[in-house]
Design a protein around this ligand. Sequence first.
Ligand SMILES: Nc1ncnc2c1ncn2[C@@H]1O[C@H](COP(=O)(O)OP(=O)(O)OP(=O)(O)O)[C@@H](O)[C@H]1O
Ligand SMILES: [Mg+2]
Length: 239
Amino acid sequence: MLSCRYAGMTALRGPGHKACRCASFPGVLVAVVGVKGGSGKSTTAAYLAEALGAMGFAVALADADPQGTLVEWEAMAEEMGQPFSVEVHPVPSVPMVRRVLPGVATAHEVVVADCPNRDVGVTEAVLAQAGFAVVPAPPGAEELRRATAAMALAEKAGVPARVLVTMVDRRSGLARQMAEALDEGGWPRFASHVRRLTKVAAAVGTRRPDDLADYRYVAEELVALAGFGARPTGEALGA
Ligand SMILES: Nc1ncnc2c1ncn2[C@@H]1O[C@H](COP(=O)(O)OP(=O)(O)OP(=O)(O)O)[C@@H](O)[C@H]1O
Ligand SMILES: [Mg+2]
């Protein structure tokens, strides 16, 4: 029987959490979750995976969205001669999530899964195996409501989760308002946020997300939160 190498995973599971799944799932599955289109899930999944890979983790991406955003992005990046440094595994249905995802995790230390915005069944199937959930949300009242709905999905599954405020325009005060609203509502969030950057928008769907921008800080925070353990850093992360 495989044993869990990540003591932190156990610590992350709050009271009432289901039995530890570590015996069949040695890697940490990070689910990127949202109930709204265009909240930055695929972008966050790809950048986080690359950032974790740059930190020295053996990482894979799982594309659980039937839209196949990551699968297509990876194929295009390959065509452009800038392939991802991590594998992308398509798992676009509940049976695929159940059958394929545990095998991917067995071969990696971290798997980052991009969840669909509509198919709650697939998201729940991913969350059933997840050790942590990331809920990207751009600033805004409607985005806040959707983010809390996604956080509730993670909570229902017993998975620790954090909102990641993304696509932040520093010139507007919206990001601060969003952070304050999350804090007031008691919704845990990442201390770091992700700025809306032209270079990120330009990489999405076309090339490897190698200029990690703010995601290097998000990845460092995620490692601390999810207790993956210390890794040799190697060369400096991103540019
Ligand atoms: N940090 C960022 N800076 C600039 N543009 C961004 C950033 N993050 C995401 N975007 C842009 O926002 C759009 C939506 O992002 P993304 O595809 O990641 O959302 P999604 O939640 O996966 O959408 P869907 O629900 O359709 O799967 C994309 O065009 C992407 O280029
Ligand atoms: Mg997407």
